[in-house]
Ligand binder design. Structure first.
Ligand code: PLP
Length: 392
């Protein structure tokens, strides 16, 4: 009987947890204001700079980052109810849920087994009639993203990226999350950067930025620049008294707190360290699985940096999947399905969406796949233990 060693998917709430908790306790004891303020503004600036984007809007989680982005695209008239929006069939539910919630028509696009992402070939199969593509960069990987972007430009399709799993990954010298008009990030525990709960939307488009800022907080103009406020008030004939409670477009409240902002400002300093550890762990895992013919092999040689979220394993058949999942269970190494598998098989999707497409690769990932944790705090012995489970 093998000894249970327990290798959890997520080892801590944030990187350098002890130090972080103690500085957080001091911050809370001394802060005058804990609702959205200076700390949130600072992390927006620091994140925009690291991501090489003009604007970043900090929100309370990655799911509402997606909802807010889609709402803002509708508010600006870039897309409208009923429009067809392509999405990665292999993704997280709250990537596609906003499309359904806001009256758009989702169109699932299959992944490639070599990259687990949408390729130009799969995209072209579903491209007809699409107004927009809300692509997920899955697990820190991407397919030929520059080509997908070129196809979108050529066909007048707006590209948005859900980059919640791919902070720090690069292709063609450019960070993932910088290919579309906007991209979203999650800072939930276990993601590359954690603020406990938190998310971000990044863009270079000023009108979209202002719409995101208003959509994050009730639809009012309070967080816009003075000049934008004056222009908006003038065009709507609003006086200074009513300006405080004037709501310009559909919105909700997705504000983060100063607590999340403070953590973000501390954690963003570890960006490079976290990305390089995740990348190095991924390379070790990939070389361990390389000669194992029970698995489909990944081809990510086109990428400059692979900032892996967690390590996927796709077995050639379902019996092998059962065998390998069992091996992980036996030693207490936590595993999960490869995100939500084929999204169109999820009960919520079947309830609301009637169109269906053939998604053989996502089906295969659904039935034969699983992932185990990759995080920057894995020890050498844990890494060795995980490698021993996937070697041939
Ligand atoms: C691709 C993707 N999009 C969105 C989200 C949602 O982020 P959050 O958990 O912060 O709401 C996740 C979460 O893991 C995700 O993986």
């Amino acid at each position: 009987m093998l000894e249970k060693i327990m290798i959890k998917l997520i080892k801590s709430t944030f990187y350098n947890e002890d130090e972080m908790k103690s500085s957080l306790a001091d911050f809370i004891l001394n802060a005058q204001i804990l609702s959205m303020g200076e700390q949130c503004k600072n992390i927006e600036n620091a994140f925009a700079q690291k991501q090489q984007r003009k604007y970043a809007v900090f929100v309370s989680n990655g799911s509402v980052a997606n909802l807010l982005l889609v709402q803002s695209m509708i508010n600006l008239g870039f897309i409208k109810k009923g429009d067809k929006v392509g999405f990665s069939a292999l993704t997280w539910p709250t990537n596609v849920m906003p499309l359904i919630q806001l009256g758009l028509e989702p169109v699932a696009i299959d992944c490639e087994l070599e990259t687990l992402n949408v390729s130009p070939i799969r995209f072209k199969e579903q491209i007809s009639g699409l107004k927009c593509l809300f692509l997920t960069n899955v697990l820190g990987f991407c397919d030929a993203l520059p080509e997908i972007k070129a196809l979108c430009d050529q066909e007048n399709i707006i590209l948005m990226e859900d980059n919640c799993e791919s902070l720090g990954s690069k292709v063609n010298g450019q960070l993932l999350g910088n290919y579309g008009i906007a991209s979203t990030f999650s800072f939930f525990v276990g993601h590359h950067m954690s603020t406990i709960e938190g998310g971000m939307v990044c863009t270079d488009d000023e009108a979209l930025y202002e719409s995101l800022v208003m959509g994050r907080a009730h639809g009012w103009d309070r967080n816009l620049s003075e000049s934008s406020q004056q222009a908006l008030r003038r065009s709507s004939g609003v006086d200074d008294f009513y300006a405080k409670y004037t709501f310009y477009d559909l919105a909700s409240n997705y504000r983060p707190t100063e607590i999340n902002g403070f953590i973000g400002n501390a954690q963003v300093r570890y960006w490079d360290e976290i990305v390089s550890k995740r990348e190095s762990n991924f390379k070790t895992f990939q070389s361990a699985m390389k000669s194992n013919e029970d698995f489909y092999q990944f081809d990510l040689s086109h990428m400059d940096i692979i900032s892996n979220f967690s390590m996927p394993i796709i077995c050639k058949d379902s019996n092998m999947a059962k065998k390998y999942r069992g091996k992980f269970d036996e030693i207490g190494a936590e595993i999960r399905p490869v995100i939500a598998g084929n999204m169109t098989k999820q009960p919520f999707y079947k309830k609301y969406v009637s169109n269906s497409s053939d998604l053989p690769n996502s089906d295969l990932v659904h039935s034969n796949g699983f992932y185990f944790g990759n995080n920057p705090e894995l020890t050498d012995s844990e890494i060795n233990e995980l490698c021993s489970l996937i070697q041939s």
